[in-house]
Design a protein around this ligand. Structure first.
Ligand code: LRH
Ligand code: MN
Ligand code: MN
Length: 391
């Protein structure tokens, strides 16, 4: 492990790390079988932002909240951005939604019907106008497009349609805006998905230009996929733009990040540290993309933020000099021991110290519980339509 004398740099890195929370994590969500409604769930985008700001107040490292359009539709996005600022947070990535309309049964931007392709692309362009108003940098694109049966549509033509929509969208980006293109192995399409993997996303991003980068949703891979390899590869190519963090036991489970496999999260964060990509200036968005179906939502997001922080702290503790010496010497066991030493360190006291240094309570979960915020919103947020995943 790195010597205690070097912990100042580790503390500084942890204090400047930023994790972006998703507005939809605060809304009601469920499985295909049942949505279990919870009291106190936001009824408006403003209330989701207030909850995200609460997470930031207790953790100090979640100053940005991502929106999903049309779930977070408002009349005036500039006003929403200033509301967020008043709450102490910024609006982050604008997530597009071309998967919810009946029109998209056979796809959105890859649909065989040019009228539907137009509608889908227009939504992407509209999202950029929203970014103009909110000051957001990232346009997050995820396409549910794909086919269920061999022969249903032409695989290659669908790539052409995808490339065309991406090009039109890319050309509309402002100087400080970018596309982050997310991939997903399967679901809702079961035979072939049009952006199924990082390679497809990467190839389209390379074709588009430097303002297009890949978004890695940790839940979107086949079991056993070495995600940290993807991180290392994309960083080396300058093509990693963002994460959608969550945990998966089976498929796209959207559980709390770090719950299923904290070791994987550590390995991912080690590649980030190794690639010198942790600081917000490096342009990687560390977003959560989660749904809290049975647990209370705000503390679940706080816990998730803390899980990312713990993995990051452990990654920062890897003694890189010792590691590279062992690697150069071909000392397999020592190299592995250096990494495991860092992983097996209890970093909770270190993180408690970082929080105290920032004037925060060292235990965000307990502080949130004591704050009475949950009881207050449970009492206040009655009536109206509760906003949720898909609402
Ligand atoms: C797709 C996805 C994508 C969507 C979000 C709600 O599975 O990960 O990021 O926008 O879920
Ligand atoms: Mn996602
Ligand atoms: Mn997903």
């Amino acid at each position: 492990m790195i010597p205690v004398s070097d912990l100042t740099a580790v503390r500084r890195a942890l204090a400047s790390h930023e994790i972006e929370t998703p507005s939809w994590a605060f809304g009601n969500s469920g499985t295909r079988f049942k949505v279990f409604a919870q009291p106190g769930v936001p009824r408006t985008p403003e209330e989701k932002i207030a909850d995200a700001a609460t997470v930031h107040r207790f953790t100090g490292v979640a100053p940005q909240v991502a929106l999903h359009i049309p779930w977070d539709t408002v009349e005036d996005y500039g006003a929403l951005a200033s509301y967020a600022r008043d709450q102490g947070v910024r609006l982050g990535a604008i997530n597009t939604n071309v998967f919810q309309d009946d029109d998209y049964k056979l796809g959105s931007v890859t649909n065989p019907d040019p009228g539907i392709r137009r509608k889908a692309t227009d939504h992407l362009l509209e999202a950029i106008s929203i970014m103009d108003a909110t000051g957001s940098r990232d346009l997050k694109l995820w396409f549910s497009d794909g086919i269920n049966y061999p022969g249903q549509d032409d695989l290659r033509t669908r790539q052409d349609r995808l490339a065309q929509a991406l090009r039109e969208t890319y050309d509309r980006l402002g100087d400080d805006q970018r596309i982050v293109l997310e991939y997903k192995l399967f679901e809702p399409a079961f035979y072939a998905t049009d952006v199924p993997d990082w390679g497809t996303s990467y190839a389209h991003c390379v074709e588009l230009g430097e303002k297009a980068t890949v978004c890695i949703d940790t839940g979107h891979h086949a079991p056993g996929t070495n995600i940290e390899f993807i991180v290392a590869f994309l960083l080396r190519q300058n093509k990693l733009g963002a994460f959608d963090f969550n945990s998966r036991f089976y498929a796209d489970d959207d559980l709390m990040v770090g719950a299923a496999d904290p070791f994987q999260l550590f390995r991912i964060m080690y590649e980030i540290v190794r690639g010198d990509a942790l600081h917000p200036d490096r342009g990687i968005a560390f977003m959560l993309d989660q749904c809290h179906n049975i647990e209370r939502k705000i503390p679940a997001v706080i816990r998730s933020v803390m899980n990312v922080q713990e993995a990051t702290a452990k990654a920062l503790l890897v003694d890189r000099d010792a590691l590279s010496a062992a690697q150069s010497a071909g000392d397999v066991l020592e190299a592995n021991a250096v990494v495991m030493d860092a992983y097996n360190t209890d970093v909770r006291p270190l993180l408690a110290q970082v929080r105290e240094d920032a004037g925060l309570d060292p235990d965000p979960m307990a502080a949130f519980k004591r704050s009475g915020y949950q009881e207050r919103v449970d009492a206040e947020r009655v009536g109206g339509e509760q906003a949720g995943w898909g609402a």
